[in-house]
Design a protein around this ligand. Sequence first.
Ligand code: GUN
Length: 288
Amino acid sequence: MTAHIIDGNALSAQLRADVSARAALLTERGFKPGLAVLLVGDDPASAVYVRNKVKACQDHGLHSVLERHPATLSEASLLARVQALNADPAIHGILVQLPLPAHIDTQRIIEAIAPHKDVDGFHVASAGALMTGLPGFWPCTPHGCMKMLESIGYELRGKHAVVIGRSNIVGKPMALMLLQAHATVTICHSATPNLAHHTRQADVIVCAVGRRGLLLADMVKPGSVVIDVGMNRDQAGKLCGDVDFEGVRLVAGYITPVPGGVGPMTITMLLINTLEAAQASAAAEGQA
Ligand code: GUN
C-alpha cells in the first residue's frame, strides 16, 4: 500500500481563489484587507518567510506593508510601531516575525498587538479563545493542518491523534484543535520516553519538532494519516520534513510532503485570517 499524498499546493490554490474573490468584494466596499509584517534584524530564513507572506498578499489583492528594522531596534520603538499599526484603519492584521532579537521581550510585543488584528493567533487572548472554544484567530500552521484533514473528509471524532511537539505556535494549538474536533489527543515531546509506543497507536500523527528522521516507517500504524510540519535540510541541503517520507508512505494511508505540504497552507491561513479581520472591521462599521 502506498499512501495518498495530501497536496498542500493544490489545496492552497483552491482556497486562495476564494481569498482573491472575497478580497475583491471587500475592496469594492472600501475595506481592502491589509496586512503589516514587521521584520527585525537580518535572519535569512525570516527574510524569506516575510517575502513570501507579502508576495502572497500582492498576488491575491490584499494590501501589505513590510517594515524592516535593524537588529538594534529598541523594544520601546517596536512597541510604538505596533501601537501605530493598531490605530491604522488600513491595516487589519499585524504580524511580527519571530524570532525577535534577544534584547526584545517577545511576549510583551505580542501582547501589544490588538487582539482583533492578531492574525498570527499568538496573543494570549487568541490562545485563551482557542482553549475555551470561543471565536478568535487560530494560529496559521495548525489551522492549515486541520484544513488538510478536512480536505480528505477525515472524521476526527473518536480517533486517536498524536501530536509530537509542544510549541505555542504549533504543538499546543494543534492539540487543542484536534480535541475540539473530538479526537483523543496525546502530546509527545522531548521528555517522552518510547515515542514509538505512542505513535504506533495513532490514527493521526502530527510531527512538529524540526528534526529530520524523527518518524520512521516502523513507528506508524498501517493506514494512518501523517502530517509533517517539519522544515529541515538533508545532507544534500534539500528541504525535508521530520518524517522519513519514502519509508512512511509505504505504511500510512495519507501523508503530507515537504515541500508542498503544510508550508503553503500556513500562508494561505494567514491570508484567510487577514480577510476575516477586514470582514469584521467592515461589519463593525455596518457595511458587510
Ligand atoms: N516564525 C516562524 N513561524 C512564524 C509564524 O507563523 N509567525 C511569525 N510571526 N513568526 C514565525
